[in-house]
Design a protein around this ligand. Structure first.
Ligand code: PLP
Length: 453
């Protein structure tokens, strides 16, 4: 039954990524409060947050210190901008901290409000720096099929998922998409992970040659593809891809919007997976989602190129009213302090084996074709036939059904095509991991009964 609040919601809120045709029929789950890794709906029913909100709520709900950090900054200076000639302490201190943590020769941080804005910034940065280096034709950017980099026009162009492209003349000029590194779906019969990685690197090499290396500026990649279905790169993938990029003088952009700040047990997913990026996009767990803030970590060589050619470039024509918003910056700074003080990365490393053991045990479930993951993120891909990997008819929306059953069981997870993704808060305990997978197991069993009926 649709409640009054649900009816008002459906009548007034245009939801991101909502299926417009099904909205009126089904009401939204309306959440009221959160505590630790649980959120509660308006009737007081608790749900284990198996998606950390949207891959972002690392520290769980109810962190009073973060509330205090925001309140103190609001009292002191609720707003000041960073446009030329102005600055403030929270942004300066946060940039310094990020430089210290970055796995690159970081020089500066550009702040913005969302992952999409961070990746739009990356596109402009690529264009600016190549102009500064006197090679304005080197401006193409290669992304990958199934990558998710955001929804604004440039970041949606980088995104390699069909919903972001249909009917809107996207991608914009100069964006290309290389193959998706999903071994389970796209490897040839008998091809090992390493052989698959070699083939993808060879294909990338051929793509850059065909485009003309003098026109290709950058390759962008999430360490682990998130919204494309939690796709873990095959062994040796980044090592081989990076050899190709180096050969053609193509820079590497790491989109750390999901993997950044501990998801894989390191500050950056790049470090965990052997990526050596030039620039890094950050968002989400930077503030544990308590305030919207994102950024791009810029290396020495780009900063040097831009500043030494400043006369030629003139104004860096990019920025947002809320770039480095003082309240969001203060919350982010406090978040990083908590990560360090509570050794959140160490905690993640200690619970990952249990998380992965429970996750991969579902590979034996009749409905699951692949149980995949790394660190504290994973996915179960439902298949109609395990032997042939045949997918369900998309009209059956099997993953959405699993998610709906999980919700009834008191667990929030997310459907991505035929996959169900799992990305709990980093502070989750071993007992809570068990609860998560027990509930998910019951949802899968119910979905199996539904699928075979
Ligand atoms: N990049 C990645 C890897 C993401 O997962 C997302 C969002 O989920 C984005 C970029 C876009 O971030 P936002 O939704 O904050 O614009």
């Amino acid at each position: 039954m649709v409640t009054n609040l649900q009816a008002r919601d459906a009548a007034t809120v245009l939801h991101p990524y909502s299926n417009l045709s099904t909205l009126p029929a089904q009401g939204s789950l309306i959440l009221e409060r959160g505590e630790g890794v649980f959120v509660y709906d308006v009737d007081g029913k608790p749900y284990l947050e198996g998606m950390a909100g949207l891959w972002c709520n690392a520290l769980g709900h109810g962190r009073e210190e973060l509330v205090q950090a925001a309140a103190e900054q609001m009292r002191k200076l609720p707003f000041a901008h960073l446009f030329t000639g102005k600055s403030h302490d929270p942004a300066i201190a946060l940039a310094e901290k990020l430089k210290e943590l970055a796995p690159t020769q970081a020089a500066k941080v550009f702040f913005c409000n969302s992952g999409s804005e961070a990746n739009d910034t990356q596109v402009k940065l690529v264009w600016y720096v190549n102009n500064a280096l006197g090679r304005p034709q080197k401006k193409k950017i290669i992304s990958r099929i199934k990558a998710y980099h955001g929804v604004t026009v440039a970041s949606a162009s980088l995104t390699g998922l069909p919903n972001n492209h249909i009917d809107f003349d996207l991608p914009i000029a100069g964006i290309r998409h290389a193959a998706c590194p999903h071994h389970y779906r796209f490897a040839l019969d008998g091809e090992s992970e390493e052989q698959f990685a070699t083939r993808l690197a060879d294909d990338l090499d051929a793509m850059i040659q065909a485009e003309g290396p003098e026109t290709v500026a950058a390759f962008i990649a999430e360490p682990v593809m998130g919204a494309g279905g939690v796709i873990v790169p095959p062994k040796t993938y980044f090592e081989k891809i990076q050899q190709v990029l180096e050969k053609h003088d193509v820079m590497l952009i790491a989109d750390e919007v999901i993997c950044g700040f501990g998801r894989l047990g390191e500050w950056f997913g790049s470090t965990a997976l052997g990526m050596k990026p030039d620039t890094i996009s950050i968002a989400k767990q930077l503030s544990s989602s308590y305030a919207p803030i994102a950024g791009v970590i810029i290396p020495d060589w780009i900063d040097d190129a831009l500043t030494s050619q400043s006369a030629k470039i003139g104004v860096f024509g990019h920025g947002f009213t809320y770039s480095g918003h003082p309240v969001a910056a203060a919350v982010a700074l406090k978040t990083l302090e908590i990560y360090e003080r509570e050794n959140i990365l160490g905690h993640v490393r200690s619970i990952v084996p249990h998380f992965q053991k429970r996750l991969t045990a579902f590979a034996d479930h009749p409905l699951v074709g692949e149980a995949r993951g790394v660190g504290l993120v994973g996915a179960l891909e439902a298949v109609a036939d395990k032997a042939t990997k045949r997918s369900f008819d998309p009209k059956r929306a099997v993953a959405a059904k699993i998610v709906a059953f999980a919700e009834e069981e008191g667990l929030i997870v997310r459907a991505i095509g035929d996959a169900v993704s799992i990305c709990p808060p980093l502070v989750i305990t071993e007992a809570e991991i068990d609860l998560l997978f027990d509930r998910l197991g019951r949802a899968l069993d119910r979905a199996e009964g539904w699928a075979s009926s």
